[in-house]
Design a protein around this ligand. Structure first.
Ligand SMILES: Nc1ncnc2c1ncn2[C@@H]1O[C@H](COP(=O)(O)OP(=O)(O)OP(=O)(O)O)[C@@H](O)[C@H]1O
Length: 287
């Protein structure tokens, strides 16, 4: 099963917010990485048939998104960026309602589905709670549970970890990995660490254009041998090709930077996806 996108273009007010985007996505978690406004949500909404597009072709599991949108919806689950629900309704009632919207008319099947999905995301014991009583992480788990209704083979998740604390974020990433075995999961984020720990393959979007499409490891390898650490004793930061970060080491400050030719005295270090992302976006961070 795959999602195939060919030369996709979306125009808003004469601006190409997606410009000739082509990619193929297979089973597993696929990362969609890009800064704010890069076009991630637009791409998700187009794949999920919510938004029309101007040019190109999209096939989802062999179905043409323009010609067969209803069939595409049947095999697709979506957790949008802003997911919330009526605050004074219980989790169980909310879920029952969402199952009805998905066309499940039999109350016994809905009960089974509620149990199965809430169990899957670790929320079964919370089902009598009101939505307003759930933590941010729990709400996102509820979002995943509703995207899993009917066991769709493709799940789109838009910026799911924004606002979560570190524990909730790690636990949410583990959940995504666990449910991804027989599915395509398209995970959009601007948080590099989410991609590094969950995705074998990714696309980097920059201002609507594909800046990178391929494996996470190949992207990291682009900066292998170019990432350096350099210690300074005063506040004078030397000029480097591409600055990444500063770390206070007590008696000195350590600079992390990317360069073909390092400053004398620098130590080579293992590259991360964050280094590679900065490198291909050529966007220097400010001190
Ligand atoms: N309805 C709209 N009308 C006009 N421009 C829009 C509309 N929706 C989105 N855009 C523009 O399209 C571009 C891509 O937006 P999009 O929301 O897809 O980016 P994103 O990568 O998801 O960003 P973020 O991480 O902030 O959600 C942005 O420049 C945005 O301003």
């Amino acid at each position: 099963m795959e999602i195939k996108i060919k030369n996709l273009t979306k125009i808003y007010k004469n601006i190409k917010v997606l410009d000739n985007v082509s990619l193929e996505i297979h089973n597993g978690v696929f990362g969609l990485l890009g800064e704010n406004g890069a076009g991630k949500t637009t791409l998700m909404e187009i794949i999920s048939t919510l938004l029309p597009f101007d040019d190109g072709e999209i096939e989802v599991a062999g179905l043409n998104v323009k010609k067969e949108p209803l069939k595409v919806c049947e095999i697709l689950g979506y957790l949008p960026q802003k997911f919330d629900f009526f605050p004074k309704v219980t989790l169980e009632e909310s879920f029952d309602y969402l199952c009805k919207l998905k066309g499940m008319n039999n109350s016994e099947s809905r009960k089974q589905e509620i149990n199965l999905r809430l169990q899957e995301v670790g929320l079964l014991s919370e089902q009598k709670k009101y939505i307003q009583e759930l933590s941010g992480g729990m709400k996102q788990r509820f979002g995943i549970a509703q995207a899993l209704i009917g066991n769709p083979k493709i799940i789109l998740i838009d910026e799911p970890t924004v606002g979560l604390d570190p524990h909730e974020r790690i636990s949410f990433r583990n959940l995504i990995t666990r449910i991804s075995r027989d599915k395509i999961i398209l995970l959009s984020t601007h948080i590099v660490q989410d991609i590094a720990s969950t995705c074998k393959n990714l696309m980097v979007l920059q201002k609507g254009k594909v800046n990178y499409f391929g494996s996470t490891i190949d992207l990291i390898n682009k900066v292998r041998g170019k990432v350096w650490l350099y210690n300074i004793l005063d506040d004078e930061i030397p000029h480097v090709d591409l600055f990444v970060s500063l770390q206070d080491k007590g008696s000195s400050i350590e600079i992390r930077y990317i360069a073909d030719n390092p400053l004398q005295g620098s130590i080579s270090t293992e590259p991360t996806l964050e280094d590679a992302y900065i490198y291909i976006n050529r966007k220097e961070l400010t001190v």
